[in-house]
Ligand binder design. Sequence first.
Ligand SMILES: Cc1ncc(C[n+]2csc(CCOP(=O)(O)OP(=O)(O)O)c2C)c(N)n1
Ligand SMILES: [Mg+2]
Length: 315
Amino acid sequence: MKIFIHRTRICLDKRLYCATIKLSDKRLRNRTSPPKSMKHNPETILSLQRIAKRIRIESVRMIANAGSGHPGGSLSEADILAALYFHVMRIDPKNPAWEDRDRFILSKGHACAGLYATLALRGFFPIEQLATFRCCGSILQGHPDMKKTPGVEMTAGPLGNGLGAGVGMALGARITGKTFRVFVLIGDGDAQEGCTWEAAMLAGHQKLNHLICIYDYNRSQVDGRTDEIVSLHPVEEKWLAMNWDVRKIYGHDFTQILDAFVWSCQPRQKPAVIIAYTIKGKGVSFMEDNAAWHGKAPNKEQLEWALKELAEEEN
Ligand SMILES: Cc1ncc(C[n+]2csc(CCOP(=O)(O)OP(=O)(O)O)c2C)c(N)n1
Ligand SMILES: [Mg+2]
């Protein structure tokens, strides 16, 4: 296991940052009741596209403001997070410790800007807090901390640990007779860690049918292409061999994302994995599929360019 050091800094310019937050945030924050049904229609999709756009905008803004962070993975996961938090998961932002809530674990913890933006938009904490991302003493550290941030279920940063934590939660639910679902988002670099496969093997063996893994398959990690570093092929066959149900989707198409979640939440005898083919840096042309933007903050001009593209983006 490698050792890594978080960079912390003091944020000076909160006022400028907060001035850019829109009024429509209030409407989003007030959506506190868990969704009643997982059915979807064109309006659902339009609404989720708008939310995903906001997640992307807030993510790049936070990273630029902090001067550090991980835009590539935050942008690739944005559509999945929007679907989970605004349509699929049974949660109550006003009561983050509700016993029967669905759980979500971001195993690729470095991509927490996307998660923080989602949690803020969903009402777990005030959107203004995003301005403190990566600041000393902030609830929004450079990697998620379950003891600091409302809505964060699992501390993460060292890759490969999320699925194991999810297996523990799903087993705990079974033992205590709970019916909540456990969603774990893993990255493909994350999946290069051996403990991911140990957890997958145990989940398959235990037939953890309330465990759903989403595999953010952007085919890139910090050092470049996953295929050139440690190939993950054949991905589908690996999960099938470990006794998982498997579905492949394009992870930026809400119809496919929502259909896959409906499928994954149906009664089943095994855990389910959704292999989501995604684009690292999705939505910002100069970041898309470019490993250089794995862990780098945009400067002022690059931020303006990125925000312009994201504002114009049509899914
Ligand atoms: C155990 C461990 N080794 C190394 C790292 C350093 N590291 C941070 S992010 C990353 C690559 C992650 O790639 P991936 O999971 O595919 O995430 P994404 O492409 O979605 O950003 C690495 C190697 C780490 N966090 N943990
Ligand atoms: Mg990746």
